[in-house]
Design a protein around this ligand. Structure first.
Ligand SMILES: [Zn+2]
Ligand SMILES: [Zn+2]
Length: 256
C-alpha cells in the first residue's frame, strides 16, 4: 500500500476514484518492476551501469556498428550479481550488455533501422563474469561518450500491462478504465528492470530467432532518463531475451 500511496504524492493526494474498480481486473497481471538508483561517475568495468566502458572478452575488439564500423556506445551493462535478491539470475549469470550506434553523422539508426530488433547498429549480449575471460579496456573509444552512471540500488514498484497487452491477456478495459491506468502511471515509464513494457506503438515483443517464441522484457530504457539520448521522438526502448535461449537478446524501440 505504501508504494501505491507514494505514487500519488507526486500526482494528486488520492487514487482516482475508479482505481478500486480497475484494480481487481488487472490484479492477476501485477508484476514487480525495479527502478535503478544511480550516481554519476566512473566505476569498475564489471559494475552495473549506464554508458561508460564495458567489460570486453579477451581478444575481442570493442563492439562496432555494422554500418559505419565505429565503436558503439554502451547503453547499459547489468551484472547478474548486482540484481535485487528476488530476481537474481533472471537473465542468466553474467554481464548483460546493450550497445547502440550513436554516430549521428552517418544516420546509422535510419539506415540500419535500429528501432527494429537485431539491427546492425545495435547489439545486446550476455557474457561471462569470469574475470579470467575478461579484459578492462583503457579509455572509451566512442566519439561522443555519455557520462557514466553507476547503478547503486534498485527500488521495487508495482507494474501493470498497458491496455492493449491487457486485451491480449483477455482483460477488456473501458476508456475510463484505460485513463485511470494512465493516471496511475501504469505501465511505468522511465528506465526499469523487468515489469511490463511501456509500449508506445502496440505490443511488439520480438521473436526469438531460434525458437520463434516471443522474447521477454529484461530492461526498459526510456528517452532522456539515465541516458542523455532520445529514441526518435521521445521513444522508449526495450531489451528483450528469449527465456529458453538466454544468448538471444536484442534491443528495439518505438516512438509516437
Ligand atoms: Zn553506426
Ligand atoms: Zn528461443
Amino acid at each position: 500500500m505504501t508504494k501505491i500511496f507514494d505514487i500519488f504524492k507526486n500526482k494528486s493526494d488520492t487514487p482516482p476514484e475508479l482505481w478500486s474498480e480497475v484494480e481487481p481486473l488487472v490484479a492477476p497481471y501485477k508484476k514487480e518492476t525495479w527502478v535503478p538508483a544511480t550516481t554519476k561517475g566512473s566505476t569498475s568495468y564489471l559494475a552495473s551501469k549506464f554508458s561508460g566502458i564495458p567489460a570486453l572478452l579477451k581478444g575481442e575488439e570493442w563492439p562496432c556498428c555494422g554500418s559505419c564500423k565505429k565503436p558503439m556506445q554502451l547503453f547499459v551493462q547489468l551484472n547478474s550479481n548486482n540484481l535485487p535478491d528476488s530476481v537474481k539470475g533472471i537473465f542468466g549469470d553474467g554481464l548483460l550488455q546493450a550497445f547502440y550506434c550513436t554516430n549521428s553523422e552517418d544516420e546509422c539508426d535510419e539506415i540500419c533501422e535500429s528501432y527494429f530488433p537485431f539491427s546492425k547498429a545495435t547489439s545486446a549480449r550476455l557474457i561471462s563474469l569470469d574475470e579470467s575471460e575478461l579484459v578492462e579496456h583503457t579509455g572509451n573509444l566512442v566519439e561522443e561518450t555519455f557520462p557514466e552512471k553507476q547503478i547503486t540500488d534498485w527500488e521495487a514498484q508495482d507494474d501493470y500491462p498497458n491496455w492493449e497487452e491487457l486485451e491480449d491477456l483477455g482483460v477488456k478495459l473501458t476508456e475510463e478504465h484505460v485513463s485511470v491506468m494512465r493516471e496511475m502511471g501504469f505501465p511505468r515509464e522511465k528506465d526499469k528492470l523487468l515489469g511490463w513494457p511501456n509500449w508506445i506503438q502496440g505490443v511488439e515483443y520480438p521473436s526469438c530467432p531460434e525458437c520463434n517464441k516471443a522474447m521477454k522484457l529484461v530492461f526498459q530504457i526510456d528517452s532522456e532518463d539515465n541516458l542523455p539520448f532520445m529514441f526518435g521522438d521521445a521513444g522508449c526502448a526495450h531489451i528483450t531475451q528469449c527465456e529458453e535461449h538466454k544468448e538471444q537478446l536484442t534491443i528495439a524501440w518505438a516512438c509516437g
